[in-house]
Write a new protein. Sequence first.
Length: 415
Amino acid sequence: MDVCDRDPRGVWDTLSNLHFETKGTAMISLAAKRLVSWVLVSFVACGCAAPVAADAGPEPEPPLTGRTLTYVISSVRVDETPGESSAVISGFDLDGVFAVDSLDSPPPPSSCFRSDYLSELDPSSNCPTSEWSPTTARCRASGCVVRDGGAPDGASPDATTTDAATTDAASVECIGGVDNALPLLTDAVDSAYPAGSGGRREIVARAFARAHTSVLLLVRGVDSLEDDPLVRVSIVRGVPLFGGGNPARCDAASVDQQYAALAGSVRNNDPTQPIVTHGVGAIRGGRLHVTFAGTTPFPFYDVLPGVWQWNFERVRFAVDLREDRGVRGNFGAAISVNEIVARWTGVSAPYVPYVVASLVDLQVDGVCGRRGTEPNLSGLISLGFHFELTRAVLAPRVLSERLPDGCPLEPLLRP
């Protein structure tokens, strides 16, 4: 019998029973999780729905088995501003457009007239030229692995490559779809608020490497680090419980350092109840792929002024996951130009909305952030950066501020 011909409650009960009966065996657990994933997809495809509790509240999560792995973001790198669309850069294709910048094919209105870039880390953001439409700038079947010279490898969209790609790697073989305006935004902030040698890129890199800013990822339901069809990811702001006031001892890349949860990132003063819990992902070929639905709060409220407290949209990231590390991390998201301008109203020069609108590269309801001489408050600005993870320990405590003898706090930005 087709799943759409069955009562969803019966299927859900069956899956729940399967979860409890097979919890102790990793192999059977993986099979159960694959079945959960298949049924959920089937429900969505044919209009069925999982049962919702009569007393409202959030829908129950599918049952998860396996371990919870905790990591801290120990390295962040913002790309230098690329000089051409043939550059390889961090980030993802967030709008389904693969825009190039050439005399024969300038960036189309659907890309807000901005060219996209190539991805070395996640080939699903690249398009083989044979599958690319110059009329719509869209791809019939994405998935093109960038190697030296930009030649496609014929791999699946989720494949990865360890070959180094150069910044002039684009060729007639691969067209990039990566959306990432963060390098330009960083340059604009540095221009308005100079930050000395290295600028904001150096400040951000140092903040994560030296535990000035700590963001913990909790990957739940891990049965296999090679292939696991369903995991969930939560985010917790961390307070380092090490350092002793000595910056030389504040190395976020050291394995198994202890962190407390920062109040405001968890519910009920409980580190096991993160507020941001809606990351859903899978591990394929040792690489963790995660997407966050809806909006995700910008988790740096203790080191950024209120005007920088934005929300992320279209969040996704991928990272090669190991027991003690996460390497070759790639993050992509977007922020609303509406929100940016609203937060800066009254504290910025009148030209700021125009500057912000000029960075918009993702449409919202078919509209970009710039129309004629007036800024149209619509559209999104894409963001992307590289990152690495280090295994960490989340202590059973919550702190409202950093310890005076811990790692020193350094603000990322000042308005």
